[in-house]
Design a protein around this ligand. Structure first.
Ligand code: HEC
Length: 164
């Protein structure tokens, strides 16, 4: 007799468990409409070519030679140990043509947020694989980064039509 009662108790506990589980999974499906599904949380963000950092949707103004000149002097102090403005690699890639191969926001994010970029942005990750040295943040302000970008535009020939 005892064993039968025990079995009945076990069966009813199991049944309750199954009912609870069914209830939970029901809730999960209902919740997906509101919260982000788990599967999306760990995926890298869709690559829109702008990189990762505070800059996005940057549209460039007309070329500014004065800004480029100030970018040049920051570049020579803080970047030229690792970068040439030709296509020749030193520690990092040669920067000639960078404004043609990357979006403005990507370049600004790379200058101001290189460590996160090389961990999460597919193009920056590829660069780290090739160069095997981590570019570190050089303590440039956002304005200095924009000035350097202007200098990169000059290297890539943007200033030449404005010169008189
Ligand atoms: C310690 C060496 C070092 C310094 C200093 C440095 N970089 Fe870099 N840079 C790299 C390396 C190496 C890479 C490739 C990514 C990596 O491995 O981290 C890179 C990548 C880049 C890229 C991407 C180039 C491409 O082909 O897309 C840009 C733009 C850049 N650096 C700009 C700068 C600027 C501007 C400065 C100065 C504020 C600077 N870097 C300072 C080493 C350096």
């Amino acid at each position: 007799m005892k064993t039968i009662t025990l079995k009945l108790v076990t069966v009813s506990i199991l049944a309750t468990g199954i009912a609870l589980m069914a209830g939970c999974s029901g809730n999960e499906t209902n919740n997906t409409s509101g919260a982000a599904p788990e599967s999306m949380i760990n995926k890298p963000a869709a690559d829109n070519g702008e990189g990762i950092g505070k800059f996005s949707g940057i549209t460039l103004a007309a070329f500014d030679a004065t800004l480029a000149a100030s970018g040049k002097s920051v570049f020579e102090t803080k970047c030229s140990a690792c970068h040439k403005i030709t296509d020749q690699k030193v520690v990092g890639p040669g920067l000639k043509g960078v404004t043609q191969r990357r979006k403005p926001a990507w370049i600004l994010n790379m200058i101001t947020n290189p460590e996160e970029m090389t961990k999460k942005d597919p193009q920056a990750m590829k660069l780290l694989e090739e160069h095997l040295t981590q570019m570190t943040f050089q303590n440039v302000t956002d304005d200095e980064a924009k000035a350097i970008l202007e200098y990169m535009r000059e290297i890539d020939g943007e200033g030449s039509t404005a010169q008189q």
